[in-house]
Design a protein around this ligand. Structure first.
Ligand code: AKB
Length: 317
């Protein structure tokens, strides 16, 4: 099976890539990105690819004989607010190109992540149901809602097998997230280990849903392996793992690094965080494809600190 990954050198891509290569064989998984990561070629096949260029995407898919696409290239919420036009182009044109090329070139499956950003201030705040009001106030959220609808359209109209989940903030020790509102939950670990202090760009009582990278990878692979006949939804499955206030995360880190100090200076990203839900109801994902997270706040914090400390020591983070 030939697999193509877009955005392969980003936060999720750089950890999904080795998992896909373990599963399908190193040479069968093509890692693509607008810019190539130094040294990436040693890990398996790589190619430069700008997903906004449909012809370039089609040529790559034809050359590889792609069977499955994991489409991860995207502009995240905070960066998107700084350049909404670019965010729309990358997020919407990129997705449309992937869906259209998949339809034309008989790609059998597509994974495309949606986000908690599909929800907005008029959605419920807690235990947000699978189906509810979705009126986001960020361009990133608008692109995710429109993307879910577009993917549903391709699934219904052309029987394209496109799947995805609404990811919460993802916490990981590998490639940094870059440009998201939930980035503080990663930055705090780097700062705690490097200098013992962190100044956060959201409030101490800011609560958002989060997930540790191993659960994030597991969600993608489990959903893609699931029996299609069991799935009631396409790209918009709520998935939940943990929700915490930033102050609770700081306190948890302090259990391991007692001298750690966190300060709070909210900026414009606080308003984005305030527009998103605090927790999600993921019963549809649990029922349809047996979704089950493994990491809570305590387990994630302990693992994140030891893994990141080892990476920092090796000069790998
Ligand atoms: C972001 O903060 O933009 C992303 C997301 C929640 O989709 N991490």
């Amino acid at each position: 099976m030939k697999v193509l990954v877009t955005g392969a050198f980003g936060q999720i891509g750089s950890e999904l890539l080795p998992a896909l290569r373990d599963l399908h064989g190193r040479d069968n998984v093509l890692a693509t990105g607008r810019r190539l990561r130094a040294g990436a070629a040693n890990d398996g096949p790589v190619a430069k690819l700008d997903v906004t260029l449909g012809e370039q995407l089609e040529a790559t898919v034809t050359r590889q004989g792609t069977d499955v696409i994991y489409h991860l290239a995207a502009v995240l919420s905070a960066t998107a607010e700084q350049d909404p036009e670019r965010a729309w182009r990358v997020n919407m044109e990129g997705l449309r190109n992937v869906l259209e090329v998949s339809r034309r070139r008989n790609v059998s499956q597509v994974f495309w992540p949606s986000s908690i950003a599909v929800f907005g201030p008029s959605s419920p705040r807690d235990d947000v149901p699978q189906e509810t009001v979705m009126r986001p106030t960020t361009i990133y959220g608008v692109s995710k809602v429109a993307g879910e609808l577009l993917a549903d359209y391709y699934a219904g109209r052309f029987s394209l097998d496109v799947r995805g989940v609404r990811y919460p903030g993802i916490i990981s020790s590998g490639a940094p997230p870059g440009g998201g509102t939930t980035d503080y939950a990663v930055e705090i670990f780097h700062a705690a280990l490097r200098s013992g202090q962190y100044t956060a760009f959201v409030r101490e009582d800011c609560v958002l849903p989060m997930m540790y990278m191993p659960d994030c990878i597991n969600a993608a692979l489990t959903l893609m392996a699931a029996d299609r006949a069991r799935l009631c939804y396409q790209t918009g499955y709520n998935v939940s793992a943990m929700s915490f206030a930033l102050g609770e995360l700081a306190a948890e880190i302090s259990k391991h690094i007692p001298a750690f100090h966190c300060a709070y200076q909210p900026d414009e990203r606080q308003a984005i965080a305030d527009s998103w839900p605090q927790s999600l109801n993921d019963s549809a994902a649990r029922a349809d494809w047996d979704w089950q997270p493994h990491y809570d706040l305590q387990a994630m914090t302990a693992d994140m600190l030891s893994t990141l400390a080892a990476r920092l020591k090796e000069g790998d983070a």
